[in-house]
Design a protein around this ligand. Sequence first.
Ligand code: NAD
Length: 557
Amino acid sequence: MCAANLQENPFPDQEPKALHLGVKILHDPVRNKGTAFTEDERKALKLEGLLPARVHSMAEQELRVLGNIRAKPTDLERYLYLISLQDRNENLFYRVIMNHVEEMMPYIYTPTVGKACQEFQHIYRKPRGMYISLHEKGRVKELLQNWPHKEARIIVVTDGERILGLGDLGADGMGIPIGKLSLYTACAGIPPTQCLPVMLDVGTNNEKLLNDPLYNGIERHRARGPEYDELFDEFIEAAKEVFPGVLIQIEDFGNTNAFRLLKQYRDNTCLFDDDIQGTGAVAVAGLIASMRITGGDLKDQKVLFLGAGEAGIGIADVFVAALKEEGIPEDEARKHCWFVDSRGLVCAWRDHIADHKKPYAHEHEYIDNLLDAVKTLKPTALLGLSGQPQTFTKKVVEAMAEINERPIIFALSNPTSMAECTAEQAYTWSGGRAVFASGSPFDPVKLDGQTLVPGQGNNAYIFPGVGLGVIVSRSRIVTDEMFLAAAHSLANLVTDHDIDIGRVYPKLSRIREVSAYIARDVAKMAYERGFTDKEEPEDIFKEINDYMYRPVYPHYV
Ligand code: NAD
């Protein structure tokens, strides 16, 4: 069909009357109300006869959705059901997520989203977000202009190289930006139409995917060097031009690219990396709150990390910033953080240490395993970010419990199957004394008549609030200081009751409140530091609350 025909009658097989406004609204997820269209609306929008007779309230629709989700036999099917609801009725989708955030988050994000990405080529039904591949080099701006919504205030972009702890999933990693942006809306009220997920398809080195005829991405190995950099740079410049002031979150990039790109763009673009900075803030918030259980002082902590990648180094950097705030010089603060990676202790004597690890390669004799590192270094906190399950063995946990009255043990690797130890193992092996948190959720554990509730160091406590603060204040950049402020805001919201049951994070159901407070503190910083041309409003908190999206249906008549 030629372009002229498309303009005149795009659907020649349909009666023109079928294209009336009501039908369009019924098929538009942003405006659709399904069976909640009132009788007057059905009349005015010519929907009579196109819907069953009974008008349902949104609360009744929510009940139906919940029943359907709970009846599904697997989490992946729950994910698929939720995604299809998002595709047909966005307000109802967000109402269900927001009202049941603890129950739903594991389906729309980790751990289920990981499984969904692994199956993406087989479960693919409908596009969401934008796919930009190497084939479109030189035309990225033109592609971004195809985005159907008026503005994008936030972009989450991935190249799929390091999806959760699952490795290179190429274009199938798109589930992650989609899931993260759903959390921006559900947890911080960023309006869904302002959220743009982007897959930068630069190929994949995953042979299984390349050999799968149903794989959705371009058929080639990953681009590296100038070919990669040129596309990334073109994307950043085009995004800034098409959506002025947009906040860009880089997500699940491979180790080398993530550190390199963050360094290159953070001072001239409104950009951050959640895997590095968001993880840093959420874990440090957990450490700050842990002090209320251990009775210790942050400046006396020695933290041993298993895993020296984006997450581990990101946490150490925010922790160093927190110690600097307490008056400890940077060089000394770094000596509070020690790393064991796949090759043993990161120390000054080792060859070929990656740039991001160098600041933490202290002068110390080499140790080749975690247990000996614990016994020798005597850390107060042990943080797992290795993606290697069951590496906090019984002996390691026992050693931590021998050194510390209340050992801090965070097994942060995702998904659940990758955690360095389970909550039950940490509590049992430490005689119930561990202060435990994990990346993916674990159920409470009953031990000696006591119920211990593990905290979930979920990045969703941090990035939505930081994003909200940056968007509302129209900050030009996102700084580490903002992430440290977010860590403090989060730790301050942990209640005495949380501490009593051993939980170092607030209940996830308070997430919108948490995000609003974090946004307030981040926005305040943007105004105070002059990162924005916008004038500081009289009441920042009110401005933030007014901006936040709420899942309610529009009234058409
Ligand atoms: P990464 O690939 O950048 O780093 C992984 C690190 O682990 C590397 O330093 C590697 O050398 C090390 N490693 C690998 N095998 C090891 C072994 N056997 N012993 C010791 N170290 C080993 O990955 P990342 O982004 O840093 O993420 C790591 C893990 O942290 C993932 O499982 C991810 O899901 C998790 N994570 C959790 C949160 C959270 O809980 N909030 C946030 C971000 C990442």
